[in-house]
Structure formats: structure tokens, C-alpha cells
Design a protein around this ligand. Structure first.
Ligand code: NAD
Length: 477
């Protein structure tokens, strides 16, 4: 490992955050910059820590929460809010940094932020979670860590559409004159100002990321994987929002999802698991154990090492580390989770020829569709409203002219499909696919054209750093 990075790791010993810093620093050395700028980009601007009380069950409970703003350029800062029992400030700062680099890589007009509340959601009822969330929101609003112009959260581990509605509604109550209030949070249900396709957006993005990788022959060859997805076995860790949707969409593309790993263990079926049936089982039983469509094993960690072409960690950070990296058998790892591979494991896997589709890119579908939702909230108009009928009239005229010129009548089904204008979900998918494809093209071109760029992750960081450097230069800092 590079000496400077090793020293930084030694000094800090902060696990996840050190890994993100080390990955950044390695790439930053490849980008010529004025002295001190790399350090300015790397460090977290500010972290607000709040400890607030909520009266519940006849007594007072104190909760601890964080909101980090990694950088303020461009504004607003964007990033999820996580509810988990073992979060800390370093984890939140690492996740906020990843958001800065992810938004820069994807060319989205956001800086990076992240928030967390130290809580075990299963300890509380829905009504209690609502009260706790509303109190947390009041703290964030009071300190200017929540607003459509400054800081816009979204769901992450342990939070959902429902959490976003509570946050958005509390902000609205405190800011009744803010006409853009709906844009203070993304990942909302449609009825509360959300956008079609946001719930599944991160999983959909993982699907597009894997697809474009497989469509890029020079990269696919490096991983020595079959040419089509229907020849691939997939192992997924985490069957929550991201893992479930990634598994569902990749199964639709023909992949065999052979293993799903959850908290209680792993379920395996060499012929491919029935994803919808497993989801229903998990909904009822709270885990994968007992599912009749596969064989259960209680060692989830060991299941990461199963034979497969594609491994999708979609749960937690640092699950692939120095201890197990040499035993991973997947040819490709698509990082649906944030930071699932440590710096050391990344080095080991690269030397072994395993290709990693990095988190900055692989899970960027969520923030990309959040961007569409935020724009929709600011314009106060659904996508496609003004154009849809106009497109349909144009298509009808075109189809009628074609029928006249060719002297044939098109079948009703074909005619109907040709005539339709794009709906909001069509536009969201089209926008997301475009972002994923164009960004992958830039990463792949860099990886293949510059011998100093040793993997897709370094390519992703270099693109992100160049954009951040340009932002700082443009504003004269
Ligand atoms: P989630 O809470 O919906 O799902 C996480 C799942 O992982 C849960 O089902 C949980 O039971 C499972 N899990 C927890 N510990 C596990 C373990 N040790 N082994 C196996 N499974 C375990 O969260 P999510 O929104 O799906 O997020 C998952 C990851 O994706 C996180 O790293 C998150 O930061 C990242 N991510 C999420 C989004 C989003 O839009 N939700 C966007 C980008 C990145």
C-alpha cells in the first residue's frame, strides 16, 4: 500500500472512513491539483451531533443522531438517513464522503451528506418511530441541516418512504411559507410528492450497471465471465430494498439468483430462487430460514464465498475484507451497498483478477432518481405532462402517413404502442439508463486508456475528483 495512505490508516484506525479516505487519496495522486486542494476535497466540512429526548412509554428516552455535510459545493447536499443501532460519526462521515464522490461521478448538482439515528427500529412501534423521527427532524431544521435548498435526505438502511413522509411533513409544518417544501426530502410516496420508480431505483441502477458491464466486451473479458446474463449465477447479500430489487430485476434479465444471504443465514437453490416467493416468506417469517424453495444454511458470512459469476453485497459496509477476500469465488462484484469491500480487500481482489463495479457507480440509481424527484418538486409538475399528448398526436400523424404511403393497416397492438407518448415512469427509466450508460462509458474508457488507472473504482474516483476540482476552480477557491 502507498506509504502516505498506510500512515493515514495507522493514525486514524477508523475502519470504513479510513478505507474511503485511502481510496480517495490513491486516485487524487493521479489528478494534478494545486497544493492543499485534495485535502480540502477529502475532509468532511461539518457534522452536527444531536442528543434529544422524547417522552415515550411514560418516561424520557434520549436518542443520538448525526447529519454530516461533506462539502457545500454544489448546493444542496444530498444523502440518505440511516436508522441502525451501531452507527457512529465516522460511519456517517464516510457515507457522506461517498455521496460527494458519487454525485460528482454521476454529474448530479449535489454535494454529499448523510445522516443517522442510533436506534434499533424493531424496539419501537410505528407511532413511536413517528414521534422520534419528528423530533429528530425539528433538530435538523433548527440547525439548517434540512431544506430543499441546503440539505435533502432520502431513505437508507432502516428508513423508508414512510420515514421520509414524516420528515417532509414536519419540515412543511415548521416552514409553511416554503413553496418548495416537498423538495426537502426524496424517496417519498407518489401521494406525498414522490416520483414513479424511486422505491426500486437503486436496484434498477444495479441492474443497468451489471447490464452495461456485460455489454462492454473488453471489460467482460477481463473478468472472464460468460457473454450473457442467462449464463450467470448471482449471490446477493441483504434482501432489503436494494438487494430485493437488484435480485428481482437481474432474475428478469435471465440470471439465476442462486443464494440470498440475510441476517439469519443463507438460502440456496442451484436452479435459481423464486424471488417473489422468497420475499413473501421473509415478510411473514422475518428471515430466509424455512423457505421451501431452497436449502438453508445458518452461516451467512461463509455464503459470500460460494461459487458464482456475480456477487452483490447489498447490506453493510466492510463485509468483504482482508479475512475473506482470498476465498471469494465470484468473478464480478457489483457493490450495491456502500463500502462493502475494504481497501485491503480491494487490493487482494484486483490482484486476483476479480472485477469490482464500485459503489460510487453501482448504487447511484437511488440518488439519480432522487435528483429527478427533487426537480419534479421544484417545478411542481410531473415529468411528461406538457409533451405527452403532443407526442401522441405527432405519432398518430406519422403512423397514419406511413399507413397511407405503404398501403397497409398496422395491427392495433403495434399501432397503440407506437402512438403512446412517454409516461413519468418511462422517462425516469430512460433518464436513469442514460446516466448509468454514459457514466460507465467514461469509467471504462479511462480504465482502458490509462495504465495508471488500475480498476473501475480508481477510474470512478478520478472522474469525480476532476469534477470537484473544476467546481472549486470555477468558484475561485
Ligand atoms: P434495507 O434496510 O432496506 O436492507 C438491508 C438488508 O440487509 C435488510 O434486509 C437486513 O436484514 C439485511 N442485513 C443486515 N445485516 C445483514 C447481514 N449481516 N447479513 C445479511 N443481511 C443483512 O437497506 P437498503 O436501503 O436496502 O440499503 C442496503 C445498502 O444499500 C446500504 O449499504 C445502503 O447504504 C445502500 N444504498 C441504499 C440506497 C437506497 O436507495 N435505499 C441507495 C444507495 C445505497
Amino acid at each position: 500500500m502507498h506509504q502516505k495512505i498506510a500512515k493515514a490508516l495507522e493514525n486514524t484506525n477508523r475502519g470504513f472512513l479510513s478505507d474511503v479516505d485511502a481510496m480517495f487519496s490513491r486516485a487524487a495522486e493521479l489528478v494534478p491539483m494545486q497544493e492543499g486542494l485534495a485535502e480540502k476535497i477529502r475532509i468532511c466540512n461539518e457534522t452536527y451531533v444531536t442528543r434529544f429526548g422524547v417522552r415515550l412509554r411514560g418516561r424520557m428516552y434520549t436518542f443520538e443522531g448525526w447529519r454530516s455535510v461533506h462539502t457545500n459545493h454544489p448546493s444542496p447536499a444530498k444523502g440518505g438517513i440511516r436508522y441502525a443501532p451501531n452507527v457512529d460519526q465516522h460511519e456517517v462521515e464516510a457515507l457522506a464522503a461517498l455521496m460527494t464522490y458519487k454525485c460528482a461521478l454521476m454529474d448530479l448538482p449535489f454535494a454529499g451528506s448523510k445522516g443517522a439515528l442510533k436506534i434499533n427500529v424493531s424496539d419501537w412501534t410505528e407511532a413511536e418511530l413517528e414521534r422520534i423521527t419528528r423530533r429528530f427532524t425539528q433538530e435538523l431544521v433548527r440547525q439548517n441541516f434540512l431544506s430543499p435548498a441546503l440539505n435533502v435526505p432520502a431513505p437508507d438502511v432502516g428508513t423508508s418512504e414512510q420515514t421520509m413522509v414524516w420528515i417532509g411533513n414536519e419540515y412543511q409544518r415548521m416552514n409553511p411559507h416554503d413553496i418548495n417544501a416537498a423538495g426537502c426530502v426524496t424517496g417519498k410516496p407518489i401521494a406525498a410528492g414522490g416520483i414513479e420508480g424511486r422505491v426500486e431505483a437503486t436496484g434498477r441502477g444495479v441492474q443497468y450497471a451489471v447490464r452495461v458491464f456485460f455489454q462492454t466486451e473488453r471489460d467482460r473479458r477481463k473478468a472472464r465471465v460468460p457473454s450473457t446474463l442467462d449464463q450467470c449465477r448471482v449471490v446477493v447479500q441483504g434482501f432489503g430494498n436494494v438487494g430485493y430489487h437488484a435480485a428481482k430485476f437481474l432474475a428478469e434479465d435471465g440470471c439465476r439468483i442462486t443464494t440470498i444471504i440475510e441476517r439469519d443465514g443463507a438460502i440456496t437453490n442451484a436452479d435459481g430462487l423464486d424471488i417473489e416467493a422468497l420475499k413473501e416468506h421473509v415478510r411473514i417469517h422475518g428471515g430466509v430460514a424455512g423457505f421451501e424453495g431452497g436449502t438453508f444454511g445458518n452461516d451467512g458470512e461463509a455464503a459470500l464465498e460460494k461459487e458464482c459469476e456475480i456477487l452483490i453485497p447489498a447490506a453493510l459496509e466492510s463485509v468483504i475484507n482482508e479475512d475473506n477476500a482470498r476465498r471469494i469465488k465470484a468473478a464480478v462484484i457489483a457493490e450495491a451497498a456502500n463500502g462493502p469491500v475494504t481497501y485491503e480487500a480491494n487490493e487482494i481482489l484486483r490482484e486476483r483478477g476479480v472485477v469490482i463495479i464500485p459503489d460510487l457507480f453501482a448504487n447511484a440509481g437511488g440518488v439519480t432518481v432522487s435528483y429527478f424527484e427533487w426537480v419534479k418538486n421544484l417545478t411542481h409538475m410531473p415529468f411528461g405532462l406538457m409533451e405527452r399528448r403532443q407526442r401522441e398526436h405527432e405519432h398518430l400523424e406519422l403512423v397514419t402517413a406511413l399507413e397511407g404511403a405503404l398501403g397497409v393497416k398496422l395491427a392495433q397492438g403495434n399501432f397503440g404502442r407506437l402512438q403512446l407518448g412517454a409516461s413519468e415512469i418511462d422517462l425516469v427509466r430512460s433518464g436513469l439508463e442514460e446516466k448509468m450508460h454514459s457514466t460507465y462509458r467514461r469509467m471504462s474508457d479511462l480504465w482502458n486508456s490509462d495504465s495508471k488507472i488500475s480498476d473501475l473504482r480508481t477510474a470512478a474516483y478520478v472522474i469525480a475528483i476532476n469534477r470537484l476540482k473544476a467546481i472549486y476552480q470555477a468558484i475561485g477557491i
